[in-house]
Design a protein around this ligand. Structure first.
Ligand code: AMP
Ligand code: ZN
Length: 458
């Protein structure tokens, strides 16, 4: 298996990935705040890190990889949503956590090993905050506990920002109780009617950044292998996670590799809930197979931006039609090993566009193969390569919507298509058109592609 190379945002270079312990490979990815539906931009991190999770499992063995993706279930937006909808907070968070699992599942995302919930780790957060106060990295002020950024020399190293940038970028509240305007909140008082927990600093609730530091420490240890998230999380979220964890752990690095996925735009404008130009996964999966959405997300390198358009969806569907078309003609079981071309592309900092191109090369090889054995071998490689990307996991018949047809119905349609092809070759266009009408009547969609004619149910 080729050596995995990953780009690390903190050092800014791509280097060989070496886990601290190959029997316990650890990855943490910041998960959703469960107050509403996820949009397709929010789905990019779970899909990208799912490809990495699958690769790590192949390399180190399923049981040796621990992937934690948290659920943020206490947050201002959740409190607002609960108020607006007139529902208790846990009803909202349970509902949207379940929808998140369903939506990402429809995109072929495997469940992570662990899904720690913030509200189940309040004790760990209080404990970490207390340690930071004790070591002089944090202070209490008016029921708040703040992290003192001046106490951590390397603050800003991940996002490469200087102090002024950070103060402006974080839009940090200039509050009278802060010793420095860049200091950030780890604990804040809960107002009447808001969720709160007792703490040495009064009844309150945690800030977002301390949640991830405490949950990562508890489940993955002081130093873990990979920390991932979207590029917007570099600052302030990850910068603050690093400050808290490094200072709580006597200066030890938090993660060996920091990975950040690029942003998704829509028709060239940043996709974000505040701009109102979002496509919800929950809605998209009503119109498109989840696999098309996953394929579309993987057409760009994870660090590059990706523009989400109707055209991208159509070409992704056509691409999958071609791959499934091959598998429909050549019945095969996945090869035991992922083909070298696909694995090498993925090992090169998860180059998914190159891995998809490798799938097409295998599809071409399957079509051109002159012996049954070679055809089967190429199709088996195509399947194994597809699975590495979380693609081609369904049956070709299900893909083309024909799994509900009887053998006899299928044979009839195949015959109509053969007759139509023959009529076209004989330039008997009247007959070809009549056969086409008959196929239309049966709701059969015919696609005359470079590898021959395929059909599906409309
Ligand atoms: P949020 O719900 O805004 O906390 O986002 C959840 C995850 O989705 C984070 O990892 C974000 O970095 C990521 N994310 C949000 N918007 C986009 C986008 N347009 N493109 C890619 N990732 C995004
Ligand atoms: Zn986080």
């Amino acid at each position: 298996m080729p050596t995995l190379q990953l780009h690390d945002t903190l050092t800014g270079n791509k280097r060989a990935f070496v886990p601290g312990d190959p029997k316990r490979v650890t990855m943490y990815v910041c998960g959703p705040t469960v107050w509403s539906y996820a949009h397709i931009g929010n789905a990019r991190p779970p899909v990208v890190f799912d490809v990495l999770f699958r690769l790590l499992r192949r390399t180190y063995g399923d049981e040796h990889v621990i992937y934690a993706r948290n659920i943020t279930d206490v947050d201002d937006k959740i409190i607002e949503a609960a108020r607006d909808l007139g529902e208790p907070i846990d009803v909202i968070t349970d509902k949207f956590a379940a929808i998140y699992r369903e939506d990402t599942g429809a995109l072929g995302v495997l469940p992570p090993t662990l899904e720690p919930h913030a509200t189940e780790h309040i004790g760990e957060m209080i404990d970490m905050i207390a340690r930071l106060i004790e070591s002089g990295h944090a202070y209490e002020a008016e029921g708040h506990v703040l992290f003192a950024v001046q106490s951590y020399e390397r603050y800003g190293a991940l996002s490469r920002r200087d102090r002024e940038d950070m103060i402006a970028g974080a839009r940090v509240e200039v509050a009278p109780y802060k010793k420095d305007p860049a200091d950030f909140v780890m604990w804040k008082p809960a107002k009447e009617g808001e969720p709160g927990w007792d703490s040495p600093w009064g009844r309150g609730r945690p800030g977002w950044h301390i949640e991830c530091s405490a949950m990562a420490e508890k489940h993955l240890g002081e130093i873990f292998d990979i920390h991932g998230g979207g590029t917007d999380l570099k600052f302030p979220h990850h910068e603050n996670e690093i400050a808290q964890s490094v200072c709580a752990h006597g200066g030890k690095a938090m993660a060996r590799f920091w990975l950040h996925n690029g942003f998704l735009s829509m028709d060239s404008t940043k996709m974000s809930k505040s701009l109102g130009n979002v496509k919800l996964v929950h809605e998209l999966i009503k119109d498109w197979p989840g696999e098309v959405l996953r394929y579309a997300l993987l057409t760009a390198h994870y660090r590059a931006p990706l523009d989400w358009t109707q055209k991208l969806l159509h070409t992704s569907q056509k691409s999958l039609d071609r791959l499934y078309g091959v598998l429909r003609r050549i019945e095969a079981k996945p090869a035991a090993e992922v083909p070298e071309t696909v694995e090498a592309a993925l090992a090169d900092d998860l180059n998914t566009p190159k891995a998809l191109a490798a799938l097409f090369a295998l599809a071409g090889a399957a079509n051109r193969a002159e012996t049954d054995e070679a055809r089967q071998a190429a199709a088996a490689d195509l399947l194994a390569g597809g699975h590495a990307l979380g693609l081609l996991e369904g049956s070709p018949d299900a893909w083309f919507g024909i799994d509900a047809l009887s053998e006899a119905e299928r044979a009839e349609i195949d015959q109509l298509i053969l007759d139509r092809t023959a009529a076209r070759q004989a330039k008997d266009f009247a007959k070809a058109d009549a056969l086409r009408d008959e196929l239309d009547k049966r709701k059969v969609l015919v696609d005359d592609g470079p590898e021959g004619t395929t059909w599906r149910m409309g």
